[in-house]
Design a protein around this ligand. Structure first.
Ligand SMILES: [Fe+2]
Ligand SMILES: [Fe+2]
Length: 422
């Protein structure tokens, strides 16, 4: 008997023990021979795994792998191992992600139209790109000077953003008041309504006005979403020769979607705060790409030549990394401290006084990098912090389930955030 992820459970499988939901409510007795209707209901109830008699998770995966040509699996595994070179592949969570990514890569290689995405370049041992390192015109960047020169001069968020925030902080502010402020910005309102009506939110009936959105979703979650839309709008057309902006925001949205899903497993009320933290986690890189382009181009080339992680190269060459810059920017914008900390410590969650939030964004980023959906410049899956993993108390079974769920929604959310139509 073994715990099997819900999306690998098939009809005819038999429950090895009583099945309960997340709130410990009894759902089905041990010995139930699962039908298609049972499985559909389990998915509706949000069950992520079940103990199945006479079967192990590995058997299900082996079955999936056995349908693919072994040479393709071997090639996919080599490429994925290159991306995971800084991860401990003995850790159960990383094992799940590694297997998932290998299978995904192998299926993609076998398809008629394999994606040639740069995120899945073969970075296995000794396979470095022989590209020239650009010449550095300026000496090492002084962190304080960069902050003084650029971060302090970075555009402030539009007036509407501070008005929403001020209203939320007022103890006597009403949902109506916030609804009225957001409604005045028709473009923002239209975008927010599209997002909250998407399949990702899955509300049973259509939300057709901001006042209704405030009532259903709540003031703080809706204002987090409004902040996300505002920030992406500010940065989405920033020209960058260094990074593909579409790829950057895909990675950011993937991290946000993963973080929101993990937060919901943790029973966190305001999951939008985690979505926003994930969405903005690498925003410091955009600051570096725009205000220190020479050093950024140098760092990215160095990563490709040496197969060293970008965050490490940033530290070696700059003495600071994108996470610190991002945190400073969010502080300047007076975003909630939980979001600022989650961004600042997404690569070092153990240093945050809010470990859980930082841990969720840390894991969400690892999953987004592992799945290879877009990239903020990093070529490798960042290593998993053990304390962060422990503090979340998650089952490894939610990992591939979350990535699959997220994959359904990323394109749609990306379109709402990044289209220029609004
Ligand atoms: Fe990062
Ligand atoms: Fe990232």
């Amino acid at each position: 008997m073994s715990l099997v992820t819900i999306n690998k459970i098939e009809q005819g499988m038999v429950l090895g023990e009583d099945l309960k939901d997340r709130d410990d409510r009894f759902l089905l007795p041990s010995g139930t021979n699962l039908t298609a209707r049972h499985i559909k209901m389990l998915k509706m109830w949000g069950v992520i795994e079940a103990n199945i008699e006479g079967i192990a998770q590995e058997d299900v995966e082996d079955n999936a792998i056995s349908k693919i040509d072994p040479a393709t699996i071997e090639m996919a595994e080599k490429i994925v191992r290159g991306r995971f070179r800084y991860s401990n592949t003995d850790h159960p969570a990383i094992q799940v992600l590694f297997r998932f990514c290998t299978l995904q890569k192998a299926r993609e290689m076998q398809s008629d139209n394999p994606k040639q995405n740069a995120e899945f370049h073969d970075r296995s041992e000794n396979n470095v790109e022989t590209i020239e390192l650009p010449e550095l015109k300026s000496a090492k960047i002084d962190f304080n000077k960069l902050i003084q020169r650029h971060i302090l001069k970075l555009p402030t968020l539009p007036m509407i953003f501070s008005r929403i925030n001020k209203t939320i902080l007022k103890p006597d502010s009403s949902a109506d008041e916030i609804g009225r402020i957001i409604s005045k910005d028709t473009s923002l309102s239209a975008r927010l309504l599209k997002i909250v009506n998407s399949a990702f939110y899955g509300f049973p009936s259509r939300i057709d006005s901001i006042s209704r959105a405030v009532a259903i979703i709540g003031t703080k979650p809706l204002s987090s979403l409004a902040s996300g839309v505002t920030v992406v709008d500010m940065f989405k057309n920033v020209p960058s020769d260094i990074v593909n902006m579409k790829s950057f925001w895909k990675h950011s949205i993937a991290c946000g979607v993963n973080a929101r899903l993990i937060a919901s497993y943790q029973g966190i009320q305001n999951t939008e705060r985690l979505f926003l933290s994930g969405l903005l986690h690498d925003i410091g890189r955009l600051v570096l790409y725009n205000y220190a382009p020479d050093h950024s181009a140098y760092a990215l080339a160095k990563v490709k030549r040496t197969n060293v992680m970008l965050s490490k190269v940033e530290y070696e060459d700059l003495d600071f990394d994108h996470a610190e810059i991002g945190g400073l920017l969010l502080k300047k914008w007076k975003l909630p401290v939980l979001i600022e900390h989650a961004v600042t410590y997404h690569h070092s969650p153990q240093k945050s006084q809010y470990l859980l939030e930082a841990a969720i964004v840390h894991l969400a980023d690892i999953m987004a990098n592992a799945a290879g959906i877009g990239s903020s410049g990093e070529c490798f899956v960042p290593p998993l912090d053990l304390d962060a993993w422990e503090c979340m108390g998650l089952s490894t079974n939610i990992l591939d389930l979350t990535i699959k769920q997220a994959n359904h929604h990323i394109e749609e959310i990306f379109k709402f955030f990044c289209s220029n139509e609004n």
